[in-house]
Design a protein around this ligand. Structure first.
Ligand code: EPZ
Length: 428
């Protein structure tokens, strides 16, 4: 298994290209099931999770073409073409779904298009049990018959889905996306209340509209969908990855350097920019790029609470914790979205951090410096927080199980090395 080796203590300076959003691209890829015409997605990131979704769609019989990747792997020109015509299978098998729980996003579109779908229950992961009850209850309200059998979700709607007024009991990104994709082909009007407002949900809605869907209220917590009998293909471009953007912003701050982040957008980052600002980090826009550096040479401890968008994103919690571990003073980080998303804490503490977890909160007492260590990655965002800590630490850090990292960060060691980091990947 690959390892990442870092010798820390070097301020980063340079430019980093931001890729398309993983969490936008995954539902956008599933949306191809809603039409027999080609859905073309520009700016998809080149990540393990994207390959897994492509494998799943191909397993279902979707024609998947990826082209345009230039020799040096640069982002420019990469395009995904997906065509769900011909004989499309109805079963998303366990061995693919267990690799990536976002596979459950094929359930809604497949059921809406074909009247039936069978998807393995995704199961939990390191950060929580990750149930799908909100997905299934909402599909039932659209008229689906849902059975759980032998570890699979078996969904049927032989007469098609019927529009309904649905209020999600709690905010769920995936359930909002799954149900939106089902509703666009349901008969009549569907009203979805308490919908997740994450930019990735809006990106999906905009793509569905480009495919001929009728959706009002995009960007708010209430969507009104008027079902169509079919959708057509479309050419669509994936939004930049706001979490990758925030991650590299922390890399600039934690090393005391200055980074220029390219191909991204500030308008998805308000809560991250505000939080970094409170910690003593300046995030500004210049010539379409995002510039990040410390406001002056100190970082301040602050309190942070993760919340659904537009609040501070849970996917940035591990990264901000690494930064606050070397800030002046104490910080309290409260994780309100997932029940087990502090797996990075023991690993950061092995580097000399002073972090104590009390239920859903972690008290972080800043220390002057971290020390490199041998570490174990556990989940995607925990992994990258260890990279960030390693960039700032004295000495050498070795991170094992970096396949977690590859699920969500494209060429991370190349992007960081290009800005002066002493980082490399070694085959294990
Ligand atoms: C999406 O996961 C993202 N993944 C996650 O990013 C992100 O952390 C999460 O949204 C929250 O923003 C993708 O978009 C592929 P949820 P999702 O449904 O949809 C509970 C990353 O690092 N819940 O909004 O699975 C759930 O357990 C990943 O890129 C139910 O109880 O998240 C959680 O506590 C990690 N029942 C809360 O809701 C359900 O049916 C929010 O989950 C569904 C969810």
């Amino acid at each position: 298994m690959d390892q990442i080796v870092i010798r820390g203590g070097r301020p980063l300076n340079g430019t980093i290209p931001i890729a398309g959003s993983k969490n936008a691209a995954l539902p956008l890829m599933a949306a191809c099931l809603l039409t027999d015409e080609t859905l073309t997605l520009a700016n998809p990131p080149h990540l393990a999770d994207i390959s897994t979704m492509a494998d799943l769609l191909a397993e279902l019989g979707v024609t998947v073409d990826m082209d345009g990747v230039s020799g040096n792997g640069e982002q420019a020109g990469r395009v995904l073409r997906l065509t769900a015509d011909g004989d499309i299978g109805r079963t998303a098998p366990y061995d693919l779904v267990r690799r990536m729980r976002a596979s459950v996003l094929v359930l809604g579109p497949a059921l809406a298009r074909f009247g039936e779908a069978r998807v393995s229950l995704p199961g939990g992961c390191a950060i929580g049990t990750r149930p799908v009850d909100l997905h299934l209850e909402a599909l039932r309200q659209l008229g689906a018959e849902i059975e759980l059998e032998e570890g699979y979700i078996s969904a049927k709607a032989p007469d098609g889905l019927a529009g309904a007024h649905i209020t999600f009991p709690s905010v769920s990104v995936g359930a909002s996306e799954n149900i939106l994709m089902a509703a666009v082909l349901a008969e009549g009007e569907t009203q979805l209340a308490n919908v997740a407002r994450e930019p990735e949900v809006s990106d999906l809605a905009h793509c569905l509209v480009a495919m001929g869907a009728e959706i009002d209220g995009i960007g708010t917590d209430t969507l009104v969908v008027r079902g169509r009998t079919s959708l057509h293909g479309a050419d669509y471009s994936v939004i930049p990855d706001r979490i990758e953007t925030g991650t590299y912003a922390v890399a600039a701050a934690i090393t005391g350097g200055e980074l220029r982040l390219r191909n991204s957008r500030m308008d998805f980052l308000d809560s991250v920019v505000d939080t970094l600002g409170r910690a003593g980090v300046s995030v500004t826009e210049a010539d379409g790029d995002i510039l990040v550096k410390r406001t002056d040479n100190r970082l301040d401890g602050i309190d942070v609470m993760t919340e659904p968008y537009p609040g501070f994103p849970t996917d940035m919690q591990a990264q901000i914790m690494a930064l606050l571990a070397v800030s002046d003073g104490a910080s309290m980080i409260t994780e309100t979205i997932f029940e087990n998303r502090f797996m990075h804490v023991p690993e950061l503490n092995r580097m000399g951090a002073d972090i104590n977890v009390h239920g859903s909160s972690a008290i972080v007492r800043g220390v002057p410096e971290l020390s490199g260590a041998h570490l174990m990655a556990t989940d995607l965002r925990a992994s990258v927080s260890l990279v960030l800590a390693g960039l700032a630490a004295k000495g050498e850090t070795v991170i094992n199980r970096v396949y977690h990292l590859d699920r969500g960060y494209e060429r991370v060691e190349e992007k960081l090395a290009a800005c002066g980091a002493e980082i490399s990947r070694v085959g294990g």
